[in-house]
Design a protein around this ligand. Sequence first.
Ligand code: ZN
Ligand code: ZN
Length: 324
Amino acid sequence: MIRVTLTTICGTDLHIVRGEYPVAPGLVIGHEPVGVIEELGEGVTGYQIGERVLVGAITPCGQCRACLSGHASQCGHGAAYEALGGWRFGNTINGAQAEYLRVPYAQANLAKIPDELTDEQVVLLADIASTGFGGAEAAKIRIGDSVVVFAQGPIGLCATAGAKLMGASLIIGVDGDEHRLAMSKRMGADVTLDYREVDVVAEVKRLTGGGADVAIEALGTQQTFESSLRSLRPAGTLSSLGVYSGKLQIPYEAFAAGIGDYRIVTTLCPGGKERLRRLMEVVRHGRVDLTPLLTHRFKLDNISDAYKLFGERSDGVLKVAIQP
Ligand SMILES: [Zn+2]
Ligand SMILES: [Zn+2]
């Protein structure tokens, strides 16, 4: 059991609140917790009450076939009751937008926070950074690659930072919001493209001399998926982070009729304490600073105001810090 000291709101929470993704009525939502250990269950070893911990959005068990095969995000291995892999907080069990939170499979999921890191420095690692970096890692970006990232919301911005960490030489951030394009540069984009002003695919092809090595899709629409594919050089990699609804179609010409040697990979937020330890090391050693993405702060009592602001995307909001 942890006492939550900081959490945030995710785009997924908006889908739940709007009824677009159903969870049990009355369930506490939220899946990005930072806290202090309040109580320890039987059999949890190596931890002390009072220690600061970060817990991932995805809480793998560490013992099932998926976990032991290196696919911890898909913990449960697609069993019907685990339809979305190891995503449990605010989905199948009570989540993090609360004063206290029970952590499932605590032994596999409590990541101790180094003393020198603040709650604000680590809270975004639980979900968006693990996902965004994961998109760059799944694409197997190589030193010198050109990478275009479609959508510069919180996850896309982390994918941009991830591409930089992986050694991309040219990073192109695409969005239609000036605040987000400005932040894209801050997170590592060399060039930003506003889709309201330019033909993005043509511009990517021009900038990269024929197509990007990697395109990261960070929104989950037909349009961005298709533009990602069309922006690639032959044999390029499309790394998809978006959550899609309805039918997703691949036009044959964007796919070179199936003989373009394209690679399409998807990523669900990697979780577990070892993943989080690594992400905290990235922050601790100054490789990335995500705190600029925390644009607004609210007390838990005022979370409705936070949902309103976040939902309306007003005031240049990217992520909100929620403090119980
Ligand atoms: Zn999320
Ligand atoms: Zn598992």
